[in-house]
Design a protein around this ligand. Structure first.
Ligand code: ASP
Ligand code: MG
Length: 469
């Protein structure tokens, strides 16, 4: 049994949802097994709009908030009507009506109170996935696929940390199968909304922006799925960010650890936290393109990578700040690093890369909101310097540690570019480099050429470069 998750662009409008219906039908035709379970995002852009409703209402602007609700309602009804024309007044339009009636009531209350608590924000944001999942269910049914809607709040049990709730795995392991198994056994496709959950008391929560992938992985893990497919609007993971490097390649396979490193350092396709439940149970995750379903995509799985090259992909991130802390107090001392990192913890600032010498520690951060207070606190016991406008490059590959020349190839490729920080852990799955932001483009292109070959001049690129001259 597979879990198929479709992102916002994959369900943006009736045409996109028709592709989803076709993909699900193909999945049923080619697999002799149960399912699939379909997890959908809100219709593209709807979550942003819902949060805008909340923001308008909080300012007391009920008129604009409710006008926006009406617009959203119209868009949902129109999409539904295009996909399930016979459904006038049926259970799905009634459910969608009820959701938007609820939204109007909450937005009205927020506007009166001028206050939107995280709990209200979740009640508002959840409407997107609750409505889109109803519509996709109706679209499948109307195309002749036996589909059953499942309320995500009955599946994804979370804590009470509204707007970025933590899923409670033990509870989900019980709830999700209990709710879904009967319908699966009866040969039905299940459709549910991503991103949304509920506390043990049944209060609606959300898993944080982009949380639908997380929902898919949680449900897949709880059901012991054979595979989790993330259907999106790109072909898969690329060897580098196409805005930085010309003609990156598709990465056909990568391990969970590689995916986590890459995602963490800026590859946008998947959030590492979101596939952790799949990684923990070794359930393969495949990234596929709804708009090019025939493309092979990227498979994330352990042990799926037979022909390892030294480097699987590069990732990069701009806007990095390096904080260097120097003190002779560090020499031969214990407890010093704890004291130092405790400062970052107290100011809720994640540290990404760390590099140490005997008397100094350099760390990178990308959230500068509390930087002044961090520097002040560190200055109590050490000398502190800060460098801005830096960029970080992660060179990632399970094969990296197995190729003795890999590091020297990195260094050779970057010859002449001043490196500010270099960090390589003993896992030897990646090396992380920090350099001036201005040098990022050149550095990435050179590294990419070193490990993946030079971009080939196609007629299209020849034409654009000729036009640029
Ligand atoms: N709709 C939510 C968002 O836009 C969740 C998701 O799409 O994954 O953040
Ligand atoms: Mg989205």
């Amino acid at each position: 049994m597979r879990v198929l998750k479709f992102g916002g662009t994959s369900v943006a409008d009736a045409d996109a949802i028709r592709r989803v219906v076709a993909i699900v039908a193909e999945e049923r035709r080619t697999s002799v097994i149960e399912g699939p379970v379909v997890v959908v995002s809100a219709l593209g852009g709807v979550t942003d709009k819902l949060l805008e409703v909340a923001a308008l209402a909080r300012r007391g602007d009920a008129t604009h908030a409710l006008a926006l609700v009406d617009q959203l309602y119209a868009r949902h009804l129109e999409t539904l009507a295009a996909l399930a024309p016979g459904e006038h007044g049926g259970p799905v339009p009634e459910a969608v009506d009820a959701l938007f009636a609820q939204l109007r009531a909450i937005a009205g209350a927020v506007a009166v109170l001028h206050e939107a608590s995280p709990r209200s924000l979740d009640a508002i944001a959840a409407i997107g996935e609750l409505a889109s999942s109803r519509i996709v269910t109706a679209a499948l049914q109307s195309a002749g696929t036996p589909a059953t809607w499942a309320d995500p709040r009955a599946l994804i049990v979370t804590d009470e940390h509204f707007t970025s709730a933590t899923p409670l795995l033990d509870a989900i392991d019980v709830q999700a199968p209990a709710h879904l198994r009967p319908a699966l056994a009866a040969g039905r496709v299940i459709v549910t909304g991503g991103f949304v959950g509920a506390t043990g008391k049944g209060i609606t929560t959300t898993l944080g922006r982009g949380g639908s992938d997380y929902s898919a992985a949680l449900i897949g893990a709880a059901l012991g799925a054979d595979e989790i497919q993330i259907w999106t609007d790109v072909d898969g993971m690329l060897t580098a960010d196409p805005r930085v490097v010309e003609q990156p390649r598709l990465v056909p396979t990568l391990s969970f650890a590689e995916a986590a490193e890459l995602a963490y350092f800026g590859a946008k396709v998947l959030h590492p936290k979101s596939i952790q439940p799949a990684a923990a149970r070794n359930i393969p995750v495949r990234i596929l393109n709804t708009f090019r379903p025939q493309a092979a995509g990227t498979l994330i799985a352990d042990g799926a990578c037979p022909d390892r090259t030294a480097v699987t992909a590069l990732a990069c991130k701009r806007g990095i700040t390096v904080v260097t802390i120097t003190s002779t107090g560090m020499l031969m001392a214990y407890g010093y690093l704890r004291r130092l990192f405790e400062v970052f913890e107290r100011h809720q600032t994640p540290v990404d890369v760390v590099s140490t010498s005997e008397v100094s520690v350099s760390v990178t951060i990308d959230d500068r909101a509390h930087l002044d207070r961090i520097v002040a606190a560190l200055s109590d016991f050490a000398e502190v310097s800060v460098s801005n406008h830096l960029a970080l490059i992660a060179v990632v590959g399970e094969g990296y540690g197995h190729e003795p020349a890999a590091f020297s190839r990195v260094v050779r490729a970057l010859e002449g570019l001043p490196l500010r920080l270099v960090s390589q852990a003993d896992s030897r799955r990646n090396v992380t480099l920090v350099l001036d932001e201005d040098a990022l483009g050149v550095a990435m292109s050179r590294l990419h050429a070193e490990f993946f070959g030079k971009p080939v001049a196609t007629p299209a690129t020849l034409m654009t470069s000729a036009a640029g001259r």
